[in-house]
Design a protein around this ligand. Structure first.
Ligand code: MTE
Ligand code: MO
Length: 554
């Protein structure tokens, strides 16, 4: 032990593991500070949210459709986890780089912070302040990284005995890590608190919002609209089960007391700006409308039916002096814009042709849930959501389809997208194992604003057989259907098709969702077992079905 230890700067054994830890802790501190700052600026300015939003906007349609298919409603969580994973990897890299050359690690951290700032600035409705969370977070990350890496790479003094003072330094590093994590957790929690505090006004305004009585009530839903077949989507979709499709990584929480709607643009003789009280002063109508998403695959879940309460959009437009193109109006497109900058383009003609196109504030007897557009959204019977159903509505601008492409139209979706006739088998489920005998095949069919006149089912490509329809609740909602099937043992494929009230039969030609909605017949393949003859249990003696003559299911 008389030989001097090698000088630390020569043939160094660099503490890469400590570097990696430093990088991750620095990133955590940066994120926490960024979240705190975002709570003060606006939630959309958080780097994770901004990068996620920018990624969603730039995702090719095919990837987005794949993600929706793979992850469904959890696609946003998956995206956020992906961003955090990339961030962690970069943080590890920056930390390991920093123990070699601190400026290099700092530079990488800086590039990452700038990426966050750029993403935040690229978001709709962004101002320069949106860059602050990423920049402040970047500064915090750089400070913590420098501190930790200096502690981690402090050279072991020449001749220092193992342990001793040098080991104290390592302990010092551990203490610094603990302190940085504690401060970050505090900042992160404070950010959360502040964020909730920032939307407290919105939460409160929704809690205080009393829905007005409709001047024009919807007739009660016919008793026979809901066939109550187990496994079939209920006729009215409860709000908590209603599908949600939007690009918002944080649900906008709009304060109803400060909400305003502006109506302006081409051919608007009298531009209007309304607050909620003024909107509610117009005649209030109630109407049942089924909403469907253009991204819904054949047989998919993105359809829901609700009783909406709102104001007739056509009346408001007329009040503003708007005429539809058929009456010489110059604008054929109504562009709705939401508080988060989403734009949706709707044909003015459709909105003003007499259908119940609504500016809705009530959904199934409740103020709109935040996720479904509180305080006011559009709903137009017969059009897919992305060309009509703007949530968190803030502006209606009249223009032409020639002059302006809305958000999804810029991303290869069709500018005009009336709902296609569709039908879905809800029960039995695909690959279900069923006993032979009577099986209720049932589901829903929709052709909003045309109405459903017939649903047919066939087995294994055989003849089409007419299903029994649930009572119609107008032409703007889906209809349930049921068909009793005498299922024989074996593997069978059930298919369904609907006919709308114009007499048009749903096409069997299979197309994808892009650009204007999927077509094709929903098919479900099931396995029918030998029946319940051997099943023990109560039942009339001799009730065992003969082949081809199954008994009635219980
Ligand atoms: N502001 C805003 N409104 C929006 C969207 C959106 O991303 N942002 N998505 C649209 C789409 S694609 C559909 S299908 C419907 C879905 O409405 P829901 O989430 O209430 O079911 O909202 C529409 N309105
Ligand atoms: Mo949609």
């Amino acid at each position: 032990m008389t030989r001097a230890a090698p000088v630390a700067s020569k043939s160094p054994r660099r503490p890469y593991l400590l570097g990696a830890v430093s990088g991750v802790v620095a990133a955590a501190a940066g994120l926490a500070v960024a979240e705190l700052a975002a709570a003060a600026v606006r939630p959309e300015a958080s780097p994770v949210t901004a990068v996620g939003g920018a990624a969603v906007d730039r995702t090719p349609v095919a990837v987005r459709e794949w993600a929706i298919r793979q992850f469904g409603a959890t696609d946003k969580l998956v995206l956020t986890l992906g961003i955090v994973a990339v961030l962690t990897a970069v943080a590890v890299a920056a930390g390991m780089l920093a123990v070699r050359r601190l400026p290099a690690g700092i530079a990488l951290t800086g590039v990452f912070a700038l990426t966050g700032a750029a993403a935040a600035l690229s978001r709709p409705e962004a101002s320069w302040r949106d860059a602050l969370p990423s920049l402040l977070g970047g500064l915090a990350a750089v400070a913590v990284l420098s501190l930790l890496v200096r502690a981690a790479t402090r050279p072991r003094p020449a001749g220092a005995p193992p342990g001793g003072a040098w080991a104290m330094d390592r302990r010092g590093f551990g203490r610094l890590v603990a302190a940085a994590l504690a401060v970050s957790a505090g900042a992160g929690l404070a950010g959360r608190r502040l964020g909730a505090f920032g939307s407290a006004g919105a939460t409160d305004s929704r809690a205080r919002f009393l829905l007005p009585r409709p001047d024009v009530s919807a007739p009660p839903v016919p008793a026979g609209a809901d066939l109550r077949v187990p496994g079939v989507a209920p006729f009215l979709t409860p709000n908590r089960d209603f599908y949600r499709v939007d690009t918002a990584l944080v649900v906008p929480r709009v304060d109803a007391d400060t909400w305003r709607l502006r109506i302006h643009g081409e051919g608007v003789a009298r531009p209007l700006t309304l607050d909620l009280r003024e909107l509610l002063a117009r005649p209030v109508v109630e109407h049942d409308i089924t909403l469907t998403c253009v991204s819904n695959e054949v047989g998919g879940p993105y359809a829901g039916n609700a009783r909406w309460l709102g104001v007739r959009l056509a009346d408001l437009l007329r009040e503003a002096g708007v005429r539809p193109p058929s009456q010489g109006g110059p604008a054929d497109q109504l562009v709705a814009r939401s508080v988060d900058g989403m734009t949706l383009g709707t044909p003015v003609e459709a909105v003003m042709d007499g259908r119940e196109a609504l500016l809705a504030f009530g959904m199934n007897g409740e103020p709109l849930p935040f996720a479904h557009g509180f305080p006011v959204r559009m709903v137009v019977p017969g059009l897919y959501g992305y060309v009509s159903a703007c949530k968190w509505l803030s502006e209606l601008r009249l223009t032409t389809f020639d002059a302006y492409d809305a958000y999804w139209v810029r991303r290869s979706w069709a500018a005009r997208a009336p709902v296609k006739t569709q039908s879905r088998i809800d029960t039995p489920r695909p690959s279900a194992d069923l006993p032979a005998g009577r099986v209720a095949v049932a589901g829903v069919a929709w052709a909003q604003h045309r109405g459903i006149s017939r649903v047919e089912v066939r087995v294994d490509g055989g003849p089409w057989q007419e299903a029994r329809l649930g009572d119609a609740d107008g032409d703007d909602t889906w209809r349930q259907w049921v068909w009793p099937w005498e299922a024989a043992p074996g593997r069978h494929t059930l298919e369904v098709r609907a006919t709308d009230r114009t007499g048009a039969v749903q096409t069997g030609e299979r197309t994808g969702t892009v650009p204007d909605g999927a077509t094709g017949w929903h098919a479900v393949t099931v396995n029918v077992g030998p029946g319940r003859t051997s099943a023990p249990g109560p039942g009339p003696a001799g009730a065992a079905p003969a082949p081809g003559r199954p008994r009635r299911a219980a």
